[in-house]
Design a protein around this ligand. Sequence first.
Ligand SMILES: [Zn+2]
Length: 486
Amino acid sequence: MRWLTRPVRSQGRHLADPPAAVPTRDRNGRRWAAVVGVLLLTVSTVVGIANSSKAAEPTIISLTFDDGNGSQLAAAQVLKANGLVGTFYITTSFIDSSGFLTRGNLQSLAADGNEIGGHSVTHPDLTTIGAAAARAEVCDSKTTLEGWGFTVRNFAYPFAAENATAQSAVRDCGYSSSRGLGDLRSPDSCASCPVAESLPPGNPMVTKAPDQVDSTWSLADLQARVTDAETTGGWVQLTFHEIAVGTDPSLSITPALFDSFVTWLAARTANGTTSVQTVAQALGQAPGPSPSPSPFSDVPGNAQFFTEINWLAAQGISTGWLETNGTRTYRPGLAVNRDAMATFMYRLAGSPAFTPPATSPFIDVTPQTQFYKEITWLASQGISTGWDEGNGNRSFRPLQPVNRDAMAAFMYRFNGSPAYTAPGISPFADVTLQTQFYREINWLASTNISTGWDESNGTRTFRPVQPVNRDAMAAFMYRYNTAFPG
Ligand SMILES: [Zn+2]
């Protein structure tokens, strides 16, 4: 998938019109500062005085990341290791889909001090879809991200495509700024453009930035955007997409290059005039409240299935345990037993009215057993009827862990045992047509509730007899609710 192409509009503008950019932007005398700076630099180089010629005006670098690509999570760890933060412009409909960040990832990014910004819902060219649709794309991205708990103030145009309509949409939806691309000097374009945006920007609805970083950029190219800006001071937003090998062929740089640049940049801040800030910080926006943390003390922002566990809690499906120190815990690594599964499913069904039978249908469950109501509800729905122990006795085995194959069967029955034809050839290396719950396992996979694992040998596995832990259970329920809303 290529969500972004080079911003054709701004490229074309520069190719058509490079000299016009120069005289229009030095009204504040910055060009003189640049000229003097260059002269001083020359002198200082000759006499061997390092750094004395740096412009006194601060240089602010913002590292921005577009679209919410999954490879940006590792990049954020590189930032964190170097004490830096960035701005992540999120296309909201991409989140939680394959190859992209999850809501849990966004929480952990924000918890580390990174900014979450808007980048539309579906990444359209806002200049081609009409005013109403553009407005919906821009406003809905903000509403969604705010609904997820983030303070969202800044936007970046998909494809850097903007016009008066798009600018109005951004302003009317309550964003304070929006980033363009290609209006500052770049490695292979805009040679006569300025090297930095002013602060505050001349037009906050189209802030100037170099071309997006792509696979043609070298370490020297990245460094030059910083050192060039240091001659005048001002603001440079660098825009990254994939920081990975083998993803997008053009809009990616290698993790090694990113690491080298960030390490160099972090050291560069020691000069006292260059700093790395989020877009919100660069624009002087007051920090917003932190996103709501998990109600569970053992579910940190970077926990796997953070979003799903918090969703489960918000739905009242699991309230966890109240610990003696007053905190609540979820115990994500604990295996789910059959009694707890009954309870999760009963609550997922909306806790329907149900009067449990006076006499237990199971020899190992009494009306005093914890979750008796939920267990007998599950049985009444035919979701789990337990085991025939002979002599007319049935058992439920409430404390037995639930494996993934049984989980598939529970979910299939919970869904009303819909008509479904399983594939004639198993897609899973560890599941055969004779495997118990073959049909249910494949139904579950067909709903994307659990699609199994890609193994390093190129096969897919389902791991049917692996126990389901509570964190994975939360993910199953969250995805079930997504697949079968209401
Ligand atoms: Zn984009």
